[in-house]
Structure formats: C-alpha cells, structure tokens
Design a protein around this ligand. Structure first.
Ligand SMILES: Cc1cc2nc3c(=O)[nH]c(=O)nc-3n(C[C@H](O)[C@H](O)[C@H](O)COP(=O)(O)OP(=O)(O)OC[C@H]3O[C@@H](n4cnc5c(N)ncnc54)[C@H](O)[C@@H]3O)c2cc1C
Length: 433
C-alpha cells in the first residue's frame, strides 16, 4: 500500500503486529508514555512517537508532586474574585500578557462559565474520581520499571500566611474531607517541627500524608519509556504532521520521516495537541498554562518533602541534589518567548518562606501545561472517528493523573468496562457549548 506525501510515493513501515491491534501514540511526555505502557499491558502492539527526547516537554520541569488532594478546578468563584488584583500584579500567581489578551477571551469566558458553584462541584467529583486510582496506577508502572528509587512517599505540606490564613485552610480542609482525602491541620509549632527553616510569617498549614513526589520527573519518564521498550514496545523520534484515515479503516500518520499506519492512534501531545485534534474534526479550547521553575543546586536548606505556599500557588520541592522552586501561571499563548522574570521572581518568594535559602546559580526553565477551561483532561475516543483517541489537557495535574488516564484509555480500547466514569472527560464536550 503506497501513499503520496510531499510529492513522493511512500510505503508505510511494516508494523510488528503479530495479530495484535497496532496503536500509534503521539507524544512521549508522561501522559503518552503512561498510555503506551497501559496499552502494552492490555496486549496492544504500541509505537510511541515524539519529535523530541521522551519526557523533555512539560513533563521534564514540573514540581514532581503526585498530589493526593488536588480536586479543585483552576477557577472557583473565590479565585475569580481575586483575579483583578492578580492581573494587576506582574509578580502574582496568575498573569496574562495583555498583548495576548484578546485571543484569550473565548477561553477566559469558558473558564468563568465553569466557575459556578454547581460546576465546581461537578468538576471536583470528576477530578476526585480520576485521582482516586491515580497513585496506584502510577506506582504499578514505576515499580515495573524498577524506578521506585525516584519516588518518595513523604506527603505534601501546604502553608499559609496573613490574616486570612486560617480561613483559607479551613476551606481547603473542608474540601479534602468531603472527598475522603486524608489531611492533618498543623499549628505553628508542628509546622516548624516538619520544616525548621520555615519563616515565622507562616503560622498555619495542613499536611496531606498520601501525596508523594519524584526527585527527577524527566528521569522518571525516561525510565518508563525504557521499561516500555524493554517489554517490546517501539519508540521513534518523529514528528506527526498529519493524521488521516487509511483505506483499511485504520489511521495513517504522516510523520517527519514518512507515513505510519495503525489500527488506533492516541493524541497525547500535551499543549501541542490542538492541531492534531482539529485534524480529527474537533476544535478543542486548549491553552498553554505556562509555568516556570528555578532550580537551586546548593540551597543550604533541608526539606523532607514538597512545601507549598497555598496563597501564592508555588512550591519548593527537594530534587536529586537540589531544590526546585516551581509554579504560578502565565497566559501568553504557546509561541511567545519565555518571560524569565517569572522564574526569577520565584526566588524572593521562596526566600520569604525559607529565609536561609541560598539562590546561587539557579537554573531557569519554562513549560506549557496543557489547559482546558473546565480543568478536566480529555480522555476517550472521537465519536465520529472512534479509532482516534484523545488523552491530553491535564493542566497542573499531568504527572499525577497520567497513569490513571492511560489505564482508562487502554481499558476502553480493549473493550473493557473502564474503572473510571469517562463521561466528564468526553472529547467533544466543548463542541456543543
Ligand atoms: C511549573 C510546573 C509545575 C508542575 N508541577 C506538577 C506537579 O507537581 N504535579 C503534577 O501532577 N503536574 C505538574 N505539572 C503539570 C505537568 O507537568 C503536565 O500536566 C504534564 O507534564 C503534561 O504531560 P504531557 O505528556 O501531556 O505533555 P508534555 O510533557 O509536554 O509531552 C508532550 C510531548 O508531545 C510531543 N509532541 C508534541 N507535538 C508532537 C507531534 N506533532 N509529533 C510528535 N511529538 C509531539 C512533545 O515533544 C512532548 O514531548 C506542572 C507543570 C508546570 C509547568
């Protein structure tokens, strides 16, 4: 079977199906990699494709936290009330580059629409469902890859400062308890017991014992890809440019080094999924929620686990031999160059929390969280083209929920009843709104 591509007649590479259905997964970030592994476990012959090295996109530079309790969407009525103040502060936890503001209006309008109390309740339940199996699904893959040395079970500590700290914590704890998430409230002395270096500005906090973190997110994805290949999977460095139907009812991917065909194709290209999704006939309101990190190689401060300023929405996380400061959101599109001030400002913010923190020789990074306006990823197949699947849009929770999402895709593709209700994650849910 031959195809015309860029004026040349080409023949797709032979596949190694051995009678098994062949799946192409586009994107070897943490999400695509977990899809590939779970599909492999369900007996599919999987080829994982990425234009870059595995795990080198957003999955490389995140804060590494496997959250147990992040059930609230990006937008709630409380957060929206604080938006005008946030937007006027260039060092705030959320900024919009005004030049990009007009292009962002439809997305922001949708964001506001999903911030009503009824929507927040619906979204929290969906996120809670996704999170409930997330850590087990992640651990299963990491253990199988022999990479448990990259994971620490040391919980997650949120701290708050200022007059509203107690009220903010009470709200947070009420949400956790509603969703059955383990949490302990901590007073000033208990906080200092856990983090002796913490500034006295922080008098209130809460601890989530069931969270975990990785000391090297990039190495974790690389280890998972290594495991996928060791179990017979194929990884190839190729950019997928166009997807199309092939004449046998399968999917043809035109790539940077020739076409490939599969019985199914999963789009897991993170914040870059929009173009391919459109080729599958669905216009998704996917935005890049840009985030930064600053990695400090000689921090001079000891942390036993992730420490998060709940008000400013950034954290300090111990990595292998360093502390990574990460967080905040910048809306400026996918193509704008990084605004390195957003990374640099993390240092004074963190030094307010940890006054002894040594900021010398910090290394800056920027990445694109793939964000949908209802804070839920898309997990499922395209109704009018059922062998094309979407698995993207995981926003600030991609590391945490990648394995649960990949497991759900594999179960659905295998025709098994998925352990997760996929209705809230439908891929066409914005098409009719
Ligand atoms: C500062 C920051 C901190 C964060 N902290 C956390 C955290 O603590 N916990 C958590 O759970 N999440 C966190 N996140 C979110 C998390 O990092 C993301 O949700 C996650 O990495 C998204 O993974 P992904 O695989 O969808 O995307 P990516 O990692 O970006 O992977 C997408 C891949 O697709 C490839 N690709 C794109 N287009 C094509 C194409 N056409 N052909 C071939 N390949 C293609 C890219 O090269 C890339 O490798 C954080 C994010 C940021 C920015």
């Amino acid at each position: 079977m031959q195809y015309l591509h860029a004026g040349r007649i080409m023949t797709p590479n032979p596949t190694r199906s051995n009678g098994r259905a062949r799946v192409l997964v586009v994107g070897a970030g943490i999400v695509g990699t977990c899809c590939a592994l779970w599909l492999q476990r369900h007996g599919f012959a999987v080829t994982l494709l990425d234009r870059n090295e595995p795990g080198s996109g957003c999955s490389a530079g995140n804060a590494g936290i496997l959250h147990s309790g992040s059930v609230l969407p990006l937008a709630t009525a409380g957060i929206l009330r604080r938006v005008p103040q946030m937007l006027l502060d260039p060092d705030g936890p959320l900024v919009i580059r005004w030049r990009y503001g007009l292009a962002l209006l439809p997305w922001l309008t949708r964001l506001v629409r999903h911030a009503t109390p009824a929507e927040v309740t619906r979204i929290s339940h969906a996120l809670s469902g996704l999170l409930s199996g997330a850590l087990d699904a992640t651990r299963a893959l990491i253990a199988d890859a022999g990479a448990m040395h990259l994971v620490r079970d040391q919980g997650e500590l949120y701290v708050f400062q200022g007059a509203s700290a107690q009220a903010q914590i009470a709200d947070k704890i009420a949400v956790y308890r509603e969703h059955g998430i383990k949490v302990t409230e901590l007073n000033a002395a208990e906080l200092r017991e856990r983090v002796p270096a913490l500034s006295s500005l922080y008098q209130h906090g809460c601890y989530l014992p069931d969270s975990a973190f990785t000391t090297d997110p990039r190495a974790l994805t690389a280890a998972l890809v290594g495991s996928f290949v060791a179990h017979g999977g194929t990884f190839e460095r190729r950019e997928v440019i166009v997807i199309n139907r092939d004449e046998h009812g399968g999917v043809l991917a035109v790539t940077s080094s020739g076409p490939l065909s599969g019985d199914h194709l999963v789009i897991a290209a993170g914040a870059f999924s929009k173009r391919l999704a459109k080729q599958a006939g669905i216009d998704v309101p996917l935005e890049a929620l840009r985030g930064y990190h600053l990695e400090l190689p000689a921090p001079n401060v000891q942390l036993c686990g992730p420490l998060i300023d709940g008000g400013m929405n950034f954290g300090a996380v111990p990595m292998a031999g360093s502390i990574r400061l990460a967080g905040t959101v910048e809306l400026a599109g996918i193509d704008a160059p990084p605004n390195w001030h957003r990374a640099d400002m993390l240092l004074p913010m963190a030094q307010k929390m940890l006054p002894g923190l040594d900021g010398s020789n910090g290394v800056r990074w920027m990445g694109h969280r793939p964000g949908l306006p209802d804070s839920l990823p898309m997990i499922g197949s395209v109704p009018h083209w059922p062998n094309v699947w979407f698995c993207f849009g995981h926003g600030p929770l991609g590391l945490t929920t990648a394995a649960a999402s990949g497991k759900a895709i594999a179960e659905a593709m295998a025709g098994l009843a998925p352990g997760l209700d996929l209705a809230p994650f439908r891929v066409d849910r914005f098409s009719s709104v």
